[in-house]
Ligand binder design. Structure first.
Ligand SMILES: Cc1cc2nc3c(=O)[nH]c(=O)nc-3n(C[C@H](O)[C@H](O)[C@H](O)COP(=O)(O)OP(=O)(O)OC[C@H]3O[C@@H](n4cnc5c(N)ncnc54)[C@H](O)[C@@H]3O)c2cc1C
Length: 492
């Protein structure tokens, strides 16, 4: 039988039914979890835009879907902040109904191809899988399967656009086009509202575009998901800074009856140590935004970044991994993560750490910068590092890093990227007078309704949580949409 004939047979109904019936629960449980095919590290560590994860093949996806035990109480769903109907989409894959699987995903998620790529599934849905909870086995690869279904739909060209019942003509404004704003917009437009998303930048997508590099999340994949929202009727206004270009009052004058703020946390933190102003030291936000949105890795561009050869990235989150892997791709001979705790405490996704190591990134854990020194031109040339050890757990539950007295060392560097967290952008809290903010600058909301102190303003995502995750931002957007809808219909 040729491969083509085999695939044809596979797609037939009979084959699907046979496949399903023939797999016994015991056999499902004995199957090993599939491995994501990846681009060779030698090739990818020089390629800024080539995606590292290549996606499951059809055979792999059907095989992996067959591992799902279709539990009576699917705890995986409770682990997903947007409550995707995980068993249904996976069983659709097993049956070969890939388009139906994609449709199931879209019922609750505006960005399945994005989430299938960047969600920390190991801490969310997959962490609740019965295999890991009760059987000590690897969980079903829910994220890989989500990506498979979303990619299949996109590549098939049969992208479904959910039906909208009746339009009610009520105008709603969204501030920010990151995952929180997009998820809110998707849920509200499906309820019939007239949605306009205002975005400060010249690109739609928030961190999905300006933060996460294309080797992890290609822009055209984000664009396809945004395009579905456009087809649903969502309007996007780019280059419009709410609070500067237009005010809170302008939005009222224009007839908006509700506002959702999803303006994110784009203000980089620095450590405030001596020498941090030297040339060659910058935040990961600046570095990644310039490379991702402003073509800054091209020396001919208007604002090129320096292409460092000895690059240190300070931090251990996803942003630090993205920055260090970008530096490696831009020609760093030594790209090193400097992190004050141990690898176990790193907040970055496990997969990003693995990929970074494969690409030749060094990890200097239990080290923390004390100060920087520069050359005669004011360019950073070395950094003094304090060696640390782990003490008792702190408020985050992670063991606290404690300096080892007198233990320091110098490291030569020509570029340093600081990635030690972000703070909320203060513009909206100051422009929307009456909004209560915490001491960290995040907007205070009622957690069950996502409502702020202003009666028509709701908020979610990083502007409420501080730097968090794509799926948590999306979950906030969904909750805000449900409660704003109830309030507008007088059902609160
Ligand atoms: C480099 C990097 C890598 C990451 N990797 C991951 C990952 O792998 N997995 C994961 O789950 N999470 C990851 N995160 C975190 C995740 O991307 C964020 O938690 C998420 O994007 C937050 O969504 P949001 O919609 O709240 O904000 P954002 O995505 O920040 O979007 C906010 C948008 O609002 C716009 N805006 C701000 N102020 C205004 C204004 N006044 N008027 C109009 N528009 C405005 C901004 O320009 C921006 O586009 C990463 C973050 C970074 C920076």
């Amino acid at each position: 039988m040729t491969r083509q004939e085999y695939m044809q047979q596979k797609r037939s109904e009979a084959w699907r039914d046979e496949l399903r019936k023939s797999v016994k629960a015991k056999e499902r449980g004995e199957r090993p979890r599939v491995h994501m095919p990846e681009l060779d590290p030698e090739i990818r560590s020089h390629e800024l835009k080539m995606e590292v994860n290549q996606g499951l093949t059809e055979e792999q996806a059907v095989f992996e879907a067959g591992r799902c035990l279709d539990c009576a109480n699917p705890t995986c769903v409770t682990g997903c902040p947007v409550e995707i109907n995980i068993p249904t989409f996976i069983k659709n894959i097993e049956r070969g109904n890939y388009l139906e699987a994609a449709r199931t995903l879209k019922e609750t998620s505006a960005l399945p191809a994005v989430c299938g790529r960047v969600c920390p599934q190991e801490k969310q849905c997959e962490s609740k899988c019965i295999y890991i909870q009760k059987m000590g086995k690897e969980p079903v690869a829910i994220g890989y399967l989500e990506r498979f279904a979303a990619d299949y739909e996109r590549l098939s060209g049969q992208i479904s656009v959910p039906e909208i019942p009746n339009r009610n003509g009520i105008k709603i404004a969204v501030v920010g086009s990151g995952p929180a704003g997009l998820s809110f917009a998707g849920d509200m437009v499906k309820r019939g509202y007239d949605i306009t998303v205002f975005e400060a930048l010249h690109e739609i997508g928030g961190v999905l575009k300006y933060g996460i590099p294309e080797f992890r999340l290609p822009n055209d994949i984000v664009d396809v998901e945004i395009d579905v929202l456009r087809k649903l009727g969502v309007k996007f206004e780019k280059n419009c800074i709410v609070g500067k270009t237009i005010s809170y009052e302008d939005l009222h004058t224009a007839g908006f009856k509700g506002i959702f703020v999803g303006s994110g946390a784009g203000l980089p933190n620095f450590m405030g140590i001596p020498g941090e102003n030297l040339i060659g030291i910058m935040s990961s936000n600046e570095y990644l935004t310039r490379v991702n949105l402003m073509d800054a890795s091209n020396p001919e561009s208007d604002t090129p970044v320096q292409l460092g050869k000895k690059v240190a990235v300070v931090g251990g989150g996803n942003t630090a991994m993205d920055a260090v892997r970008t530096a490696r791709r831009l020609g760093a001979e030594r790209a090193v993560i400097v992190y004050r705790r141990s690898e176990e405490e790193m907040p970055a996704r496990v997969e990003e750490v693995k990929h970074a190591k494969e690409e030749g990134v060094d990890f200097l854990t239990l080290h923390n910068p004390l100060r920087y020194e520069g050359d005669e031109q004011g360019h950073v040339s070395r950094m003094l590092l304090q060696k640390m050890e782990l003490g008792e757990p702190d408020a985050s539950g992670r063991r606290k890093p404690v300096p080892i007295e007198g233990a320091t060392e110098w490291m030569d560097v020509d570029e340093v990227i600081v990635s030690v967290g972000v703070s909320p952008n203060p513009l909206i809290p100051s422009a929307f007078s009456g909004l209560e903010v915490t001491k960290w600058g995040t907007i205070v909301i009622n957690e069950s309704t996502m409502k702020t102190d202003l009666p028509d303003v709701y908020a979610g995502g990083d502007i409420v949580r501080g730097g968090a995750t794509v799926i948590l931002a999306m979950g906030d957007g969904r909750r805000a949409a449900a409660s704003m809808d109830e309030a507008l219909r007088g059902k609160e």
